[in-house]
Ligand binder design. Structure first.
Ligand SMILES: [Zn+2]
Length: 212
């Protein structure tokens, strides 16, 4: 299931095990962005952590430099995944095999579990992220602590192939680095499809609770 060997997994676990708290200003800024991109009534933020990994950032920057047309514009997208652990209380990543948020960060997005299978697309080998936090929420599930989590990521789309209607292609066309499209579900929100996890830099873990 994993592409990285155990040694590397341990390395990431060690590096990213020390996720950082954010300042009040940073928390307010990220909360504002999260709530603004939520369609409908937004949930309550429980906590926000900053992900600050030099190697990940270097890899992401190198990806931008290597883009054929050197389009290094950065855009923010959300990645929703299953959260099993009490990350808000523990303040560290867990080692649970099925905790999607922690796996994504431990394995630096290089894992099958991070790839989304959309019934409407054939992009199984690519990474799909959401522009709206409420769309990413669909890929989460409330855990036993009543929480869910999404990652706020900086994405380097490079040259985007824009699709305004249904996705009819099954690959990123030649000469393009990503696909920008609209989901066909009821939320109808924009997504970005990138071929490589190196295009994605996870910046913040946003833990939140729906009010019942
Ligand atoms: Zn976890």
């Amino acid at each position: 299931m994993y592409f990285l060997c155990c040694g590397n997994k341990l390395l990431y676990s060690t590096i990213l095990g020390t996720i950082q708290s954010v300042s009040e200003d940073q928390k307010a800024a990220v909360t504002k962005r999260f709530k603004k991109s939520w369609k409908g009534h937004p949930p309550e933020i429980v906590t926000i952590f900053k992900i600050n990994d030099i190697d990940l950032k270097r890899q992401w920057k190198n990806y931008g430099i290597m883009l054929p047309q050197k389009i290094e514009t950065c855009e923010e997208y959300y990645h929703g995944a299953l959260l099993l652990c009490d990350i808000a209380g523990d303040k560290k990543l867990c080692n649970e095999e099925n905790c999607g948020i922690c796996i994504t960060l431990r394995d630096s997005f290089n894992d099958q579990s991070c790839k989304r299978h959309q019934s409407s697309t054939k992009f199984d080998e690519n990474f799909i992220l959401d522009l709206c936090s409420s769309s990413s929420d669909k890929h989460t599930k409330e855990n036993k602590y009543g929480c869910r989590a999404v990652l706020l990521c900086d994405v380097l789309p490079g040259r985007k192939y824009n699709i305004q209607t249904h996705i009819t292609t099954d690959r990123i066309p030649d000469g393009y680095d990503s696909i920008s499209a609209i989901t066909e579900d009821d939320l109808q929100s924009p997504i970005i499809i990138v071929p490589n996890y190196e295009a994605i830099l996870p910046r913040f873990i946003i833990v939140y609770k729906h009010s019942h």
